[in-house]
Design a protein around this ligand. Structure first.
Ligand SMILES: C=CC1=C(C)c2cc3[nH]c(cc4nc(cc5[nH]c(cc1n2)c(C)c5CCC(=O)O)C(CCC(=O)O)=C4C)c(C)c3C=C
Ligand SMILES: [Fe+2]
Length: 469
C-alpha cells in the first residue's frame, strides 16, 4: 500500500456509513452495499465510518467496499422517502472526446484548463488558461494525427450513448425506471448541459456514476467538482438528493466481466498458458499519489489483484504485469511505464502478450491508437511474437447489469448536495493551510516561483508537444 494514499482524494469528503466486505469469488451477488439498504446480501461485514479521517482508522488508502457512495449524512425525512414515488435520474460521468479533427484543439484546451489536470500552485492559477491555450496548440498537431488514424474523432460519445441506453434498459428490467444522462468533462454533452436537462425533466433523486472503475483526482474527482459547482449555484439542483458512486473496481460483476474477456481472449493464442497478461492503465503524474493522496494507484493495484484472483479461481495462472501509459509533459508519472516494460519483456524473451486496458470501460484513442498501433509495434520490434488485446467492456451484458445493481444499491442513500458545509469542493491545500499556515505560505512562494520558470521553459513546452513514445 502506498503510504501517500492516506488522505481522501476529495479531501474532507464526508461519506455516510458504508459496509465493507471481503471479495467473494464464489458468490454471484455483490459483496457490499451502502448501509440504509435493508436488503443486504453482504457477508463478513465490517463497518467503516468514512466521515472519520481515514488515517485514524488504520485503513489508509484502502477501500474494501465495492461502491463508495458519497452523500451527506441522511436526515430522517430524506431516509424515509419512498424510492417508488421518485423520478429517478442516473448521471454518467465521462471524459468526452473530440468528434472531429476541428474539435481537437478546443477539446485539449478544456482538458488542460482544468486545475485537476494541470495542478498549478494557487498563486499561479491565473496562468491556467493562457497555459492551456499554449499547450493545447502545441499538442494539437500530434493529437490530430492520432485521432485521424482512428477515423477522424473519438468514439467516446457514441459508446457512452450506447452504454447509457443499455443501462436504462437494464434498470427497467430490474424494475427501476430511470432517465440516464451523460456529463462529459471536456466535450459535448458538457456537465452543464446534463444538469439543465436533469432540472427540466424534474428529476427528484439522482445517482452519479462515473464511467471510471478507479477513482482519480484527475477523472472522477474533477467531474464531481464540476458537478458540485453547478449544483451548488442552482436553487433547484442544490436541493436534489444525490448519491455519488466514487469507484466500483471491486464489484464482483466488474471483476468477473473483466476476467471473462481475458479468458476468452487467451483462447485465441496457440499456447494460452504461456501468454503474459499485460495490464496497461492510464497514468497520472506521480505527485497526485505522493502529494495529493490520489487513491488511483492503490485502487489500480487492488483491482489487478482481484482480477488475477478471479482468473486463478478458474484455473488460469498466467504471469501478469501492470504498467502505466499515456504520460504527458515533463514530470514523473506513475511507473513502470508501459513502453519501457514492453521493451524489457520482449528482451527477456516473452513471446506472447495479451494487453488489457484497465482504467477505462470504452474503446478510445488510447486503446485504438496507442495500444493497438504504437505499443503493438514496439512490442513486436522488441521480440514479442504473438500480440493480443482485450476489448474494452463497452456494453457487455454482465457489466451493464452490475452497473445497474450499483445504481440500485446507491439510490436509497441520496441526499442533497446543497449543505454549504459540504466539503466536496474544499481542496487539500486549504487543509494544509489550516494545519501549518507559515510552512504552507513558504511552499506556495517557492513552488510558484519554480513552477513559473519551469512552465515557460523550452523543455517544458516541447515535452507537451512531443509524443511520449
Ligand atoms: C482513468 C483514465 C484517465 C486518467 C487517469 C487520465 C488522466 C490524465 N489524462 C491526461 C491527458 C490527456 N488525456 C487524453 C485523453 C484521454 N484520457 C482518458 C482517460 C484518463 N485520463 C481518456 C479516456 C482519453 C481519450 C478520450 C478520447 O478522445 O478517446 C488526452 C487527449 C489525447 C492526447 O492528446 O493524448 C490528453 C492530453 C492528463 C494530463 C491526465 C492526468 C493528469
Ligand atoms: Fe487522459
Amino acid at each position: 500500500m502506498n503510504a501517500a494514499a492516506t488522505s481522501h482524494a476529495l479531501p474532507g469528503v464526508k461519506l455516510p456509513e458504508l459496509t465493507t466486505s471481503k471479495f467473494n469469488h464464489n458468490s454471484s451477488v455483490h459483496t457490499c452495499k451502502a448501509s440504509g439498504n435493508s436488503n443486504s446480501t453482504v457477508s463478513n461485514l465490517q463497518k467503516l465510518k468514512l466521515d472519520e479521517p481515514i488515517k485514524n482508522i488504520g485503513l489508509a488508502g484502502k477501500r474494501f467496499c465495492s461502491v463508495g457512495v458519497c452523500t451527506h449524512p441522511l436526515s430522517e425525512t430524506e431516509s424515509d422517502s419512498h424510492v417508488e414515488d421518485e423520478k429517478v435520474g442516473v448521471l454518467l460521468l465521462n471524459l468526452g472526446g473530440p468528434e472531429t479533427l476541428v474539435d481537437v484543439q478546443p477539446f485539449l484546451y478544456n482538458l488542460f484548463a482544468d486545475p485537476d489536470i494541470i495542478r498549478l500552485p494557487r498563486l499561479f492559477r491565473f496562468l491556467q488558461r493562457p497555459l492551456a491555450q499554449i499547450i493545447s496548440v502545441l499538442r494539437a498537431r500530434k493529437s490530430k494525427e492520432a485521432y485521424a488514424s482512428i477515423g477522424g474523432g473519438s468514439p467516446l460519445r457514441k459508446i457512452t450513448d450506447e452504454q447509457a441506453s443499455a443501462l436504462k434498459s437494464e434498470l427497467e428490467a430490474k424494475k427501476l425506471p430511470a432517465n440516464v444522462y451523460i456529463a462529459m468533462r471536456y466535450w459535448h454533452p458538457f456537465t452543464e448541459e446534463a444538469a439543465q436537462q436533469i432540472k427540466s425533466d424534474g428529476i427528484t433523486r439522482l445517482v452519479v456514476l462515473p464511467l471510471y472503475p478507479q477513482f482519480s483526482i484527475s477523472t472522477t474527482g474533477s467531474s464531481i467538482r464540476a458537478l458540485q459547482n453547478i449544483f451548488r449555484e442552482d436553487k433547484v439542483l442544490s436541493k436534489l438528493p444525490v448519491a455519488i458512486i466514487q469507484s466500483w473496481y471491486q464489484r464482483y460483476g466488474y471483476i468477473k466481466s473483466m476476467a471473462d474477456l481475458i479468458e476468452e481472449e487467451l483462447l485465441s493464442f496457440n499456447r494460452p498458458q504461456e501468454v503474459m497478461i499485460f495490464f496497461s492503465a492510464h497514468g497520472v503524474p506521480e505527485t497526485y499519489v505522493v502529494d495529493a493522496g490520489d487513491p488511483y494507484k492503490y485502487q489500480m493495484e487492488e483491482c489487478i489483484d482481484l482480477i488475477m484472483q478471479e482468473l486463478k479461481a478458474r484455473g488460469i495462472e498466467n504471469n501478469h504485469r501492470l504498467a502505466y501509459q499515456s504520460r504527458v509533459g515533463p514530470v514523473q508519472w506513475l511507473k513502470p511505464y508501459t513502453d519501457e516494460v514492453l521493451v524489457q519483456l520482449g528482451q527477456q524473451g516473452v513471446k506472447s502478450l495479451l494487453a488489457v486496458p484497465v482504467s477505462f470501460v470504452s474503446e478510445h484513442i488510447e486503446t485504438l491508437e496507442e495500444i493497438d498501433m504504437e505499443y503493438k509495434e514496439l512490442a513486436l520490434k522488441s521480440g514479442v511474437e504473438n500480440w493480443g488485446r482485450v476489448p474494452a467492456l463497452g456494453c457487455t451484458t454482465s457489466f451493464i447489469a452490475d452497473l445497474a445493481d450499483a445504481v440500485i444499491e446507491a439510490l436509497p442513500s441520496a441526499t442533497a448536495m446543497s449543505a454549504s458545509s459540504s466539503p466536496l469542493i474544499s481542496s487539500s491545500s486549504s487543509q494544509e493551510f489550516k494545519r501549518d499556515p507559515v510552512g504552507y505560505a513558504m511552499k506556495i512562494f517557492v513552488g510558484s516561483f519554480l513552477a513559473f520558470i519551469l512552465l515557460l521553459s523550452p523543455r517544458m513546452l516541447s515535452a507537451f508537444r512531443k509524443p511520449v513514445v
